[in-house]
Design a protein around this ligand. Structure first.
Ligand SMILES: NC(=O)C[C@H](N)C(=O)O
Length: 332
């Protein structure tokens, strides 16, 4: 028989480790309660597809994930993947920011070995909890040779999503993770990942980003466009010392006439401005709703504001040049 792959589970908390008062409590539970050993014990079936080891890296609800957590996690993943006795990694994670952590690691993990991020929508104590099957599928995917070189993957609900394009689309249901514009990558069928497509964008070992020597990321925040828009948030970000702002504009990243002049001024003062969209689908197009060549802004392409924030932070660790940063937004 083939030797089983070695998979390390890095646990970070989330609803997959959550507990509720009763088996029918699916809302109003407490996230991040159960330790990694208990998570592993709950799914003995995993032993048939991999040799599994667990490590508790944090125990938090994912809405409290920070840049510092990401740096620590990326460093640990890179360390482990350098070991010849580690074939793949599974990260258990809350679902609220799972897509952000996935994209951050997609740009900063320096290995082709599989990295799978998994969560659940129902707490571990719930009737028909989705955590155990999701964890089983994630371990099976992490141990599969078919998953090598595909970038960081998010697996829930029997589906495989790519880190760049996946997003949470429903606040409550188990089938919340979708890659609405560009499609999911595949399915997990009885413990076997089946891939149908791959992103054309660069990831992991093929990126230019290296966080191994960083202990801090540049300060970048997101401001949200709406009718009656004003500059209160962007003024505060600038005053707080942000070096970049992602503006989640209306429509194709359009900017109100009350906002555009101030963003242009902030760019002149050296802040990097990325124009993105609050719509959730479709590209924010260069020189469309704004003359970006003239204002010297970057556009996010199809990245959501929350993912544009990540790429802008990493870009700013390499360069301050707008053209270079725009190139990165068309590359990753
Ligand atoms: N379903 C979940 O995991 C939600 C939880 N608030 C978290 O992100 O940690």
């Amino acid at each position: 028989a083939d030797k089983l792959p070695n998979v390390v589970i890095l646990a970070t908390g989330g609803t997959i480790a959550g507990t509720g008062a009763t088996s029918t409590t699916t809302v109003g539970y407490t996230a991040a309660k159960i330790g990694v050993e208990k998570l592993i014990e709950a799914v003995p079936e995993m032993k048939k597809v991999a040799n599994v080891k667990g490590e508790q890296v944090f125990q938090i609800a994912s809405e409290s994930m920070t840049n510092d957590h990401w740096l620590k996690l990326a460093k640990r993943v890179n360390e482990l993947l350098k070991q010849s006795d580690v074939d793949g990694i599974v990260i258990t994670h809350g679902t609220d920011t799972i897509e952000e952590t996935a994209y951050f690691l997609n740009l900063t993990v320096k290995s082709k070995k599989p990295v799978i991020i998994v969560g659940s929508m129902r707490p571990s104590t719930a009737i028909s909890a989705d955590g155990p099957i999701n964890l089983y599928n994630a371990v099976a995917t992490a141990g599969s040779k078919d998953s090598v070189g595909r970038g960081v993957l998010v697996t829930l609900n029997d589906e495989i999503q790519g880190a760049r394009d996946v997003t949470k689309t429903n606040t409550m249901t188990a089938n919340t993770f979708r890659s609405p514009e560009l499609g999911s990558l595949g399915y997990i069928v009885s413990g076997k990942p089946i891939f149908y497509r791959a992103s054309t964008r660069k990831n992991t070992a093929d990126t230019e980003f290296d966080v191994s020597k960083l202990d801090k990321l540049p300060a970048v925040d997101i401001a949200y466009g709406s009718a009656n828009a004003n500059t209160i948030a962007i003024d505060a970000f600038a005053a707080a010392g942000d070096v970049g702002i992602v503006y989640a504009g209306t429509g194709d990243g359009s900017l109100a006439n009350t906002v555009r002049p101030r963003l242009t001024e902030l760019r002149k003062q050296g802040l990097q401005i990325v124009r993105s969209s609050r719509v959730g689908n479709g590209p924010t197009i260069r020189n469309g709703e704004n003359n970006d060549d003239e204002t010297d802004f970057v556009v996010s392409d199809t990245l959501s504001p929350q993912k544009a924030r990540i790429l802008l932070m990493l870009a700013l660790t390499k360069t301050k040049d707008t053209k270079e940063i725009q190139r990165m937004f068309y590359t990753y």
